[in-house]
Design a protein around this ligand. Sequence first.
Ligand code: ATP
Ligand code: MG
Length: 145
Amino acid sequence: MNAQTSCVVHDPLDVFEARRCLGRVVRDLGFGRIEGAELAIVVTELAWNILKHGVRGRIDIRAIESSTRRQGVEVVARDEGPGFVDLRSALIDGCDDRGPIDPSRMVARRGLASGLGAVVRFTDSLAVEDDPGGKRIVVTRYRRR
Ligand SMILES: Nc1ncnc2c1ncn2[C@@H]1O[C@H](COP(=O)(O)OP(=O)(O)OP(=O)(O)O)[C@@H](O)[C@H]1O
Ligand SMILES: [Mg+2]
């Protein structure tokens, strides 16, 4: 049973390894294909964000259970980069952590700034906390019944 796993995120190949780790956990927990695919997007976006904005870090994934005994997954993305200027802005599609992005910059920046928006849509909770040497983003997702 892969109830807990972690991987470093230092280069792009590590993003695929993080997805693979997630896949093992959700399979063992019996998550459905769609739930697993949504969580794979969550892990992928958090891992790319580590490389893009947080320099380097790690992803920890573990099985959790709610107070009502629903099974779920917690994903913790730690990195060494700067904190969010404005988290609420960063969670909105088309915005970075300072506000709306000029559409003419979208191609050059190679991203629509919708990664964290997807993370919010596919999870039940998201929190950003201080971590020694940086910060951590903690998300949870419970099985639908
Ligand atoms: N790990 C992080 N550390 C610091 N800032 C971050 C981190 N992740 C995201 N951000 C900030 O939040 C904003 C929104 O993140 P989001 O993932 O939605 O978009 P993006 O990474 O800019 O573009 P995309 O994900 O579409 O390629 C980023 O532009 C950045 O300002
Ligand atoms: Mg992103």
